[in-house]
Design a protein around this ligand. Structure first.
Ligand code: ATP
Ligand code: MG
Length: 461
């Protein structure tokens, strides 16, 4: 796969310099235009520049601009220290414990400004740089030169620098070559780089999906072997990374890659324990549907809701747990279901710290699944007013797509009810009431569970 990164063929770039290991592409030979860089990022670059510092755009911003994509955010790197940066900008906040960074705040937009990072060696001051015995970087506030900074970045395509002094692009790791050929390649020894920061395995997969590129074989090889190292990563960071993987428009492909490289089980073992060899369980169909749906919504620039995504993904594990508790503890199915919600969230949060504001909504979506089955009297009107009705209904629909049967009929009913006028709504409720009366006589003999869920739904397979 060849991507057009340069305006002219690379070998025709006359002013291209080959200094030691650096390639410099001058302003008129690459496609980055200041029009496509946010005003705030330009302001920061210029102010640093005018104050006598070096200032570069780096990372995903440069990578995406060279690919003709719209960058998600703009990261800047400079030889000014965080303190020096703070003195230049009133709207500046210093953040980060692992690595101290400046955030320059322009309303909703935050421009991240980092200081060049230096090399890592054991003889640095222990307070500034620590490495655990597994090779994991704990703190690394060691400042350095741009050349050192380039080698500390993760992938070659993420290590390209757009110079605010002359608008050229600097490449220290042959990232332009990889960008053109669609290759995700770790800088340096792959295993060592994964051991330093196992999240790089997730990033590798994310960029493959996002940019439709391929992993260099040496970058690919250690992943399955080292996937377990993700267990050392704090749950809040894993949650953020998972969200980026599943909710950035390439969720379905990311999911497939996560499974392929045995990374999914590190993130959500509560789900992966039910994976089947042919990936053909109801749970897996639901996962695929929800992820494809989410991707589609993002393409259409619609909002996506992490609570809905996680509530759907964890639906079947929740049913399994509820069933287990109901059988073991002699609880009513409803009580078992409520307890199971706690268990499932507790277990999921051991790996991914799903924030409380999200788990609260997940619980509501889950509880709506049984409430939506009962539509008689005033219930239907009340449910329609429920703040999470839409999300609850959407999960019901996704489940119905897979299971069909009674669930599909109920989903259709709700679909009609939402679109109906007042008289039609009354008629729909009457229809439910008459059915309800017909069934009432048999109800006692049915299992509690079946009032809430269809049988096929309660089984993972
Ligand atoms: P995007 O913002 O599109 O998700 P990005 O590459 O900009 O992708 P960020 O998380 O914004 O990703 O990071 C900015 C840059 O910082 C990266 O391009 C890379 O150069 C560097 N970087 C980020 N995370 C790591 C890491 N774990 N190890 C080494 N370098 C990293
Ligand atoms: Mg970025």
């Amino acid at each position: 796969m060849y991507r057009k990164v340069f305006k002219t063929k690379r070998k025709n770039i006359k002013s291209e310099q080959q200094l030691k290991n650096i390639t410099i592409i001058p302003r008129d030979k690459h496609i980055i235009s200041r029009k496509n860089i946010s005003d705030s990022a330009l302001k920061v670059l210029y102010r640093l520049q005018r104050s006598g510092y070096d200032a570069y755009l780096v990372g995903g911003g440069v990578r995406d601009l060279l690919l003709g994509l719209k960058p998600k955010d703009f990261d800047i790197v400079t030889n000014a220290t965080p303190e020096q940066i703070r003195r230049l900008f009133r709207n500046c906040r210093l953040v980060g414990r692992r690595f101290r960074l400046a955030h320059i705040i322009f309303g909703k937009e935050i421009i991240e400004v980092a200081t060049f990072r230096g090399e890592h060696s054991d003889d640095h001051d222990k307070n500034q740089s620590q490495q655990s015995n597994k090779g994991l970087l704990l703190r690394d506030n060691v400042y350095g030169t741009i050349e050192q900074d380039a080698l500390r970045r993760d992938f070659t395509i993420n290590s390209l620098y757009y110079n605010s002094a002359d608008f050229s692009v600097r490449d220290y790791t042959d990232g332009l070559h990889d960008l053109q050929n669609g290759i995700i390649r770790l800088i340096g020894d792959a295993e060592k780089r994964y051991r330093e920061d196992p999240v790089r395995m997730l990033r590798a997969v994310r960029f493959v999906a996002k940019l439709n590129m391929t992993l260099d074989p040496q970058t690919e090889e250690p992943i399955r072997r080292l996937a377990e190292l993700l267990q050392s990563i704090p749950a809040p960071r894993l949650f953020e990374e998972t969200l980026k993987l599943l909710q950035s428009g390439q969720g379905y492909q990311s999911y497939q890659l996560l499974r392929k490289y045995h990374l999914f089980e590190q993130l959500l073992p509560i789900i992966s324990r039910y994976f089947t060899p042919e990936s053909d369980s109801n749970m897996e169909y639901l996962l695929v549907n929800i992820l494809k749906n989410t991707d589609q919504r993002i393409t259409q620039q619609k909002r996506v809701n992490p609570a809905f995504l996680f509530a759907s993904m964890l639906w079947h594990p929740l049913l399994e747990q509820a069933e287990k508790l109901a059988q073991e503890g002699g609880l009513s199915y409803n009580d078992a279901f409520l307890l199971a919600m706690n268990d499932v969230l507790d277990e999921a949060c051991l790996r991914l710290a799903i924030p409380k504001r999200i788990t609260t909504v997940m619980r509501e979506i889950w509880q709506l699944q049984s409430r939506l089955l009962k539509r008689d009297g005033r219930r239907a009107y009340r449910l329609l007013e429920h703040p999470k009705f839409r999300a609850g209904f959407d999960l019901l629909s996704l489940r119905a797509e897979i299971e069909g049967g009674e669930l599909a009929r109920i989903t259709q009913w709700w679909d009609n009810f939402q679109k109906a006028n007042h008289d039609q709504q009354k008629a729909l409720i009457t229809e439910v009431a008459s059915k309800h009366n017909r069934h009432h006589r048999h109800r006692k003999s049915r299992q509690m569970k079946k009032r809430f869920y269809t049988h096929s739904d309660s089984n993972i397979k």
